[in-house]
Design a protein around this ligand. Structure first.
Ligand code: ATP
Ligand code: MG
Length: 446
């Protein structure tokens, strides 16, 4: 366990966080807690982001009020979480997370299953034999709450009582040097929770920070441990890695430290068979980030298609050459790829199915002129499939004609309806396809 040190208190005059930057709901909640005699801090990523002059994704609050007290104090409160009870305060356009200060898991000897069994209650902290935390649900002091956090820059608190900052771990110093440093021994902290390695890479790439060199070495050494994290949790983390506008730099850092290979072994193998693959991936992810910056919605299946699509399409092409029809080959490639991937990361069946849909749609979109474009455009996967085509067209500088055709169609469908009927052999609208009788040529006399 990390030892507490005297906190550094930075008064309002010594930092740049202003209440104007805090969401009004969070501010009201902090005041309400304070007026009722509770400690109320803004904590975690929002304090870090405000100090870096970035817009926080969300505002988290920590307090000494228990979940029960929170429930009584706030009518819009719902208690969630099995591992640790948290309060969610529901506002019209925002959900605030309010958590009671909690303590880190003590060393394995101090709180083993054995001792707890002796006391006939479930263990509050539980680690497996390698030190990974399996359960962790104990209230703590504000110091303990700061010290159980992952990185020093994520352990700063903003105190509503006097608008000061509280720093137990020299998070401010690290923030000034733009360093990501775990609280305590990096080896222990990454072993307790391997997901922290992904978080380190995410913050480094998205916030333009550097992982402290000794920590980086340990991260590279432990990267293969990521597969020990719960597959469902890894899926959630992967969405955060690739859907929030920094997919490209994050991907390269994951590749560099070995996390990519541990998470997606097949993709990593494909990536390194040709420098062209690496360039293609880089361009595609940069385009994905551009879509995020342009506020285009990025659904998870599109993210997966961007990551895995080129490798899967290439695998399907190889099967095509063996005479297997393309869609069947693609389907087989997806089944085998997703089957292997799901052993490490849970891809929900619905999301995997949609990803297949996007890829299976591509030949239809590329076919010029397309068959029945209006009915294609009504299909649920159409928008994502077209975005995928757009990404690939930008990267490979091909498929421009289909893209232009579809863009024109979306602007003025009627002009394309005529080309729909112009497809040789395609049934015309409103007319039933008639079966033609085969004409037998008269037998020639021999
Ligand atoms: P962002 O929300 O911008 O992705 P964040 O740092 O706020 O970044 P959250 O997942 O919202 O990330 O977590 C809130 C805070 O909880 C973190 O800042 C950190 O202090 C703590 N935290 C989150 N995950 C862990 C973890 N795996 N181990 C220890 N502390 C964690
Ligand atoms: Mg957050």
């Amino acid at each position: 366990m990390v030892k507490a040190m005297e906190p550094r208190i930075i008064p309002r005059t010594g930092h740049n966080i202003s209440r104007k930057q805090v969401s009004p709901n969070a501010l009201r909640t902090l005041y309400r807690l304070h007026q009722n005699g509770f400690i109320a801090y803004l904590v975690g990523g929002c304090v870090r982001d405000l100090l870096l002059e970035r817009t926080p994704k969300d505002f988290d609050i920590a307090t000494d009020a228990t979940p029960g007290q929170l429930k009584r104090l706030f009518r819009n409160c719902r208690l969630v979480g099995r591992r640790f009870r948290l309060a969610h305060l529901h506002f019209q356009d925002e959900i605030l997370e309010v958590s009671t200060f909690r303590a880190d898991a003590p060393s394995a000897e101090a709180d083993t299953e054995e001792t707890d069994r002796h006391h006939r209650r479930p263990p509050r902290h539980l680690k497996d034999e390698d030190g990974m935390v399996l359960r962790d649900n104990v209230f703590g002091t504000p110091e303990e709450d700061a010290l159980r956090r992952d990185f020093t820059i994520n352990a700063l608190s903003y105190n509503i009582a006097d608008f000061s900052l509280i720093d137990y771990t020299n998070g401010l110093g690290d923030l000034e040097q733009r360093l990501i440093r775990p609280i305590g021994d990096p080896y222990v902290r990454f072993t307790e929770d391997p997901v922290r390695m992904l978080r380190a890479v995410r913050f480094a790439a998205s916030h333009n920070l550097v992982i402290e060199p000794a920590t980086w070495e340990i991260l590279c050494e432990l990267s293969s441990n990521i597969s020990r994290a719960a597959p469902a949790r890894l899926y959630e983390e992967i969405l955060k890695l690739f859907l929030l506008g920094s997919a490209q730099p994050i991907f390269h850092l994951l590749d560099k430290c070995g996390l990519l290979d541990a998470l997606f072994p097949r993709l990593s193998e494909w990536l390194h068979t040709s420098s062209h693959h690496l360039t293609l991936m880089s361009i595609n992810l940069e385009s994905l980030d551009q879509l995020y910056r342009n506020r285009i919605p990025l659904p998870p299946p599109l993210c997966l298609a961007t990551l895995f699509g080129p490798a899967l399409e290439e695998a399907a092409l190889a099967r095509d050459r063996d005479g297997i029809p393309h869609l069947q080959a693609l389907d087989e490639a997806c089944t085998s790829f997703l089957g292997e991937l799901c052993q490490i990361v849970t891809i929900p069946a619905r999301v995997g199915g949609r990803m297949r849909g996007i890829l299976a749609f591509q030949p239809g979109l590329r076919r010029m002129p397309p068959r029945r474009p209006s009915s294609m455009a009504r299909r649920p996967e159409f928008a994502d499939a077209l975005t995928y085509l757009r990404l690939m067209a930008a990267a490979k500088e091909e498929n421009r004609t289909p893209l232009e055709w579809w863009d024109a169609f979306l602007l003025d469908p009627s002009s394309a309806m005529s080309s729909e009927t112009a497809i040789p052999g395609a049934p015309e609208k409103g007319r039933k396809k008639r079966r033609r009788r085969r004409r037998h040529s008269p037998k020639t006399a021999t």
